[in-house]
Ligand binder design. Structure first.
Ligand SMILES: C[S@@+](CC[C@H](N)C(=O)[O-])C[C@H]1O[C@@H](n2cnc3c(N)ncnc32)[C@H](O)[C@@H]1O
Length: 339
């Protein structure tokens, strides 16, 4: 049997009669009581906004695998739901943009995590003149059954929680986010994904799953789950190296390479011909006419890039024109678009 890293080994020794959701709650109870630096660390920089001081304890308890705080989503003081609160860093960052009582709702199933988060927010208030703990409404609740009204938030976010869920639960969690979002509201997610097959023995290892190491889907499956929940537009905002599971330390014959993605899904109507998924592709027309019009809403001016969704990229490619360039996906889509 391959050697697991020390922390992963301790978790893997949980009694086998617990459901993986109980194991997950236990892992995060421990991570609430004793900060576990590096549990889910990434190369994503921690946002530093003018006048925002993130307390050290929040940095130590940063259990995310990307950022769900994006300025473009946060105009007009949106009401934000954040599921899986961790140490509270992203609650604080969201509060920066919505400085009203109860405008940021934090939901977590682990009592100890809620308590640590509350304490950390009090520290943040002592270090940030603008911040009042009243801005954040912490609620005990489960991602699979959210304690919120239908259509009640503008932005719903989760960071590094949904990858832990088995597919049926992920479906429920996404349906819950869809339910509580207002029309045209935004779901912002950050999770690991992998294009490598994960052996069942690792997938079924509750401890590794809870540590965000073995539940990942491929990016395509992940997007499919999101669009099946009803979101008409999906943007891939970032994709970064995350972890390697190697045969010496994990029970696998092959290296498994994980990446972390940042995704925004918009609750807009589903287009008749299917969702618009933006992975960073662009079309450039370089012919001699004044412009190129595909007759489907895309008018390309000579040698100017137009961001297009993957569906449009497929349809333009199928024209087989020698004056149209369709770029590869950059997985860094930051606005603009065709649909
Ligand atoms: C990997 S941590 C991420 C924490 C935080 N989002 C961050 O970026 O630092 C997962 C979080 O989800 C919480 N959690 C676990 N299972 C949950 C569930 N079923 N419903 C809601 N929260 C859950 C944990 O207590 C923990 O706070």
């Amino acid at each position: 049997m391959a050697v697991l890293r020390e922390r992963d080994q301790a978790v893997a020794e949980q009694p086998s009669n617990m459901s993986y959701l109980d194991t997950t709650a236990d892992v995060y109870k421990e991570a609430a009581l004793t900060p576990d630096v590096g549990l889910c660390c990434t190369t994503t920089p921690v946002w530093a906004f003018p006048g925002l001081e993130v307390p050290e304890i929040m940095l130590q308890m940063n259990y995310g695998c990307g950022s769900t705080v994006h300025l473009r989503d946060l105009t007009n003081e949106p009401r934000v739901l954040y599921v899986g609160v961790g140490g509270g860093m992203e609650l604080l960052q969201f509060s920066y943009f919505s400085r009203n009582s109860g405008s940021i709702i934090g939901v977590d199933v682990v009592d100890e995590m809620l308590k640590s988060c509350q304490q950390n927010l009090a520290i943040a208030a002592s270090q940030n003149d603008w911040f009042d703990t009243e801005f954040v409404d912490l609620r005990k609740g489960n991602a699979l059954d959210l304690p919120l009204e239908d259509a009640s938030v503008d932005v719903a976010a989760q960071n590094c929680l949904f990858n832990i869920f088995e597919k049926d639960d992920l479906k429920k969690a996404l349906a819950e986010m869809y339910r509580v979002l207002k029309p045209y509201g935004r779901l912002v997610l950050s999770d690991p994904v992998t294009e490598d097959p994960i052996p069942d023995k690792l997938r079924n290892d509750e401890g590794l799953r809870a540590l965000c190491l073995s539940g990942s889907l491929s990016l395509e499956e992940y997007i499919e789950m999101i669009t099946e929940a009803g979101f008409g537009t999906v943007e891939i905002r970032a994709k970064r190296p995350y972890r390697v599971l190697d045969p010496e330390h994990y029970d696998t014959d092959q290296l498994i390479y994980l990446e972390s993605v940042e995704v925004c899904a918009i609750k807009d109507p589903m287009p008749a011909d299917g969702p618009c998924v933006f992975t960073g592709k662009n079309a450039i027309y370089f012919g001699s006419e004044e412009f190129f019009d595909d007759g489907n809403g895309h008018v390309l001016m000579p040698n100017q890039p137009m961001a297009i969704c993957d569906k449009t990229a497929r349809s333009l490619s199928s024209l087989n024109r020698n004056d149209l360039y369709i770029s590869e996906s950059t997985y860094f889509y930051d606005g603009g678009g065709c649909c």
